[in-house]
Design a protein around this ligand. Sequence first.
Ligand code: GTQ
Length: 351
Amino acid sequence: MLTKTTHPDRAQLYADMSPHNLTPLWEVLHALVPQQPKTPCVPAHWKYDEVRPFLMRAGAAITAEEAIRRVLILENPALRGLSCITQSLYAGLQLILPGEVAPSHRHTQSALRFIVEGSGAYTAVDGEKTTMQPGDFIITPKWTWHDHGHEGSDPMVWLDGLDIPTIRFFDAGFAENDSRSSQEISKPEGASFAAYGHNMAPVRGDSPFGNTSPIFSYPYARTREALHTLERSEKMDAWDGFKLRYTNPLTGGSPMPTMQTFMQLLPPGFKGSPYRQTDGAVFSVVEGSGQALIESHHGSYTFEFSKRDHFVVPSWHTLRLLSQEGCVLFSYSDRPIQQALGIHKEERLVS
Ligand code: GTQ
């Protein structure tokens, strides 16, 4: 705009080249190559009390079968209409009612499920069913047939975390509907866990799902026990409390090539130190309550979170976690992609 008044000759140049799909770099260079990340994403908080009635209304408005997936997308308020919670990640809350089936399909997008409410529903992946309980972390590896069904008696809700925006960015997505609504079950429940979930692995054979974990289900009972044992035995981290990352047992790396998942316990009275990371993270509150204090170029935010709430902390936003009562938090981010590119950065600040 300055250019227009101070350099009319330049303004004329820009106008003349524009029909040829040309534009001068020097007008946008500072924004293209910023001195530090300046995401358009803003922090956001979805209270479960406010979201749940809409989920139940969706349950009355459409069946899982008709919807294919009956999901309310958690959209970043600054990116409405783009179906994303950060620039690279998708999040949604999926509802399945007793007796329903979400039909079988497969796609190049990787998916995680994090169980928020209810029990008795299953997800079937590659011929094996997994029954889901609150706090369980479930994987659907890319390009595997998967369908969901519910044999329990109460509504069941889980968080869907997918790399949809990343795959869209690369324009590399494929998808297929199955000819069957529910896939054929060829293995007993727990087969993959038996083969890979006990610090052991089959002697022969390749990883069944390439660079995705061969375990479909990481049950909360085990995660919780691990965190509570660490709480008694290890020194607490001043930023994270007690925080573990989920692993692919065959590699020690992330369970999915595009998404890393975490679970952390903040003991009662926790006052975390501030930190920021280049991977924006989506949080699901498993137990307890607390506060997320977030600061960035967008300003300051305070989220008072409680059980089953969700919130997003975008890239390079400074986060402090506090918890009077103590809490357990699940989270996921695109960290494995950033690590593969060698660009992941974390800064731990002192309060
Ligand atoms: O369950 O396969 O929330 O394909 C969005 C896209 C869930 C799924 C979503 C999907 C799924």
